[in-house]
Design a protein around this ligand. Structure first.
Ligand SMILES: *Cc1c(COP(=O)(O)O)cnc(C)c1O
Length: 395
C-alpha cells in the first residue's frame, strides 16, 4: 500500500466529492444528448443543464439567465476582463480599467492584453496584509473607467477583500465591477445580490467539483463581447457544446459548499490554529504572511527565511507532504510571488514562503504528521543552506 499523502494543497485543487460523482454519473453514461438538439435525447440534456443553472442561481443569489458556463476560473476571468472592457470601449464609454497588484494571473495577464490593445490599466497597491483600500479605488475612478476587477479572496495568502464596499463605490459611479470569487466558495457566503457586483467568476474544482468547468455571472444588460466565435450557445455569449456532466457536477458541488460552509469553516479553523501554533512553537523564527483576521479559514502562508521554498517543497514532497510555494500556475518558475512582493516582503521572505491549504478531508492526524515533517526538515535544510553560503563566501 502506498503511504497516505498529507495533502495540504486544497487551494490548488480538491478531490471530487463522492456526492458530486454520483450526480454526474447519469450524464457521463445514459444522458448523452447535445442540449442544443431538438429531439427527446437532446431535450433531456437541456433539462439537466437548465436545472443546474437554476440551482446555481439560487445558490449564488442571481438570475439563471445571468450565468454563463465556461471551462473554469481562467476563462471566466478572461471573459469578464476582456469581454466587458472591449464592449464598453466599443460603446464609447472609455478605456480605463482598475485592478489590484495581487490578482490571479488570469486577471493580470488579461489586463496586460488590454494594455496591448491601448487600454490604460491601474494596478492598485495593497497594504502589508494584502488589503485593497476602497478609498484608493474611489480615487482611481475616472470618467474613462469601464471596469473594476478586485478578487474576493486572495489565493496565496487568503486575505478577504472588501468587495461589497468597493462594489457600492463602483455602483455610485456607474462603473461595472467584477470579482474573482474562486477562493471564496465554501469559505464565505458568496452572494451576487448581497455583494452587489456586476460580474463574478467561479470554478468547480477548488470546491470538490470537476476540473475544467466554471462559470461567469454577468448582470443582465451588461455590455459583453464574446471571446470565441462559434454557435449560439449560452445566449450567444459563449459558443461550444456545454459540458453537461461537469456542469451538473458543479451545481452539486456549489450547493454542498453553500450548505456545509459553516462546518467546513469551523473544521479548517481548528486545524489551521493547530498548524500555526505548532509551527510557532517548533520553528519560532518562521513568519506568517497575510491578514491576521480578515482571511479565509483554510489558507496559511508562512515564510521560513534562510530556506528556499522550492527546495523545501521538494523535501516535503519526498517526506509525503503536498504544499505549494506560490500559485500553482507560477510554480516551476523561480520568480518570487507577485503577491508577497506587493505586500512589501523582502526577496528572502518571498522566496521562502509556503502555502498550506486545508480541506474538509484534512484530519488532526494530518496536521500532527505535517508538524513532525516540518520539524525534521526545515531546520536541517536551513543549516545546510547556511553552510553552503559560508563555504561559497556569500555569508
Ligand atoms: C485557481 C484560480 C483561478 C483559475 O481557475 P482554473 O479553474 O484553475 O482556471 C482563478 N482565480 C483564482 C483566485 C484561483 O485560485
Amino acid at each position: 500500500m502506498p503511504q497516505r499523502r498529507i495533502y495540504l494543497d486544497y487551494a490548488a485543487t480538491s478531490p471530487l466529492d463522492p456526492r458530486v460523482v454520483e450526480a454526474m454519473l447519469p450524464y457521463l453514461t445514459d444522458v448523452y444528448g447535445n442540449p442544443s438538439s431538438l429531439h427527446a435525447t437532446g431535450r433531456r440534456a437541456r433539462r439537466a443543464l437548465e436545472d443546474a443553472r437554476e440551482q446555481i442561481a439560487s445558490t449564488l443569489a442571481c438570475q439563471p439567465t445571468e450565468i454563463l458556463f465556461t471551462s473554469g476560473g481562467t476563462e471566466s476571468d478572461n471573459c469578464a476582463v476582456l469581454g466587458i472592457a472591449r464592449a464598453q470601449r466599443a460603446a464609447g464609454r472609455g478605456n480605463h480599467v482598475i485592478t489590484s497588484q495581487i490578482e490571479h494571473h488570469a486577471v493580470l495577464h488579461a489586463c496586460a492584453q488590454l494594455e496591448a490593445e491601448g487600454f490604460r490599466v491601474t494596478y492598485l497597491p495593497v497594504d502589508a496584509y494584502g488589503l485593497v483600500d476602497p478609498h484608493a479605488v474611489a480615487a482611481a475612478l475616472s470618467d474613462n473607467t469601464v471596469l473594476v476587477s478586485i478578487m474576493a479572496v486572495n489565493n496565496e495568502i487568503g486575505t478577504v477583500e472588501p468587495v461589497p464596499e468597493i462594489a457600492s463605490i463602483c455602483r455610485s459611479r456607474d462603473v461595472p465591477m467584477h470579482t474573482d470569487a474562486v477562493q471564496a466558495m465554501g469559505n464565505l457566503e458568496v452572494s451576487v445580490a448581497t455583494w452587489g457586483v456586476d460580474a463574478l467568476s467561479l470554478t468547480a474544482h477548488k470546491c470538490y467539483g470537476p476540473k475544467g468547468v466554471g462559470l461567469l455571472v454577468l448582470r443582465q444588460g451588461l455590455p459583453f463581447q464574446p471571446l470565441m466565435a462559434g454557435g449560439g450557445q449560452e445566449r450567444e455569449q459563449r459558443p461550444g457544446t456545454e459540458n453537461v456532466a461537469a456542469i451538473v457536477g458543479m451545481a452539486a458541488a456549489l450547493h454542498i459548499a453553500h450548505e456545509e460552509r459553516a462546518d467546513r469553516v469551523a473544521h479548517a479553523q481548528a486545524l489551521r490554529e493547530r498548524l500555526e501554533q505548532g509551527i510557532e512553537t517548533r520553528l519560532p523564527w518562521a513568519q506568517k504572511n497575510g491578514h491576521p483576521t480578515r482571511r479565509v479559514a483554510n489558507i496559511s502562508n508562512v515564510s521560513f527565511p534562510g530556506v528556499s521554498n522550492e527546495i523545501l517543497l521538494l523535501r516535503l514532497d519526498l517526506a509525503g507532504m503536498d504544499v505549494s510555494n506560490g500559485a500553482a500556475c507560477t510554480s516551476g518558475t523561480v520568480e518570487p510571488s507577485h503577491v508577497l512582493r506587493a505586500l512589501g516582503k523582502s526577496d528572502e521572505v518571498a522566496a521562502s514562503a509556503l502555502r498550506f491549504s486545508l480541506g474538509k478531508d484534512t484530519s488532526h492526524a494530518d496536521i500532527a504528521a505535517a508538524l513532525e515533517i516540518l520539524e525534521s526538515t526545515v531546520p536541517a535544510l536551513r543549516a545546510e543552506t547556511a553552510v553552503t553560503f559560508e563555504s561559497s563566501g556569500l555569508s
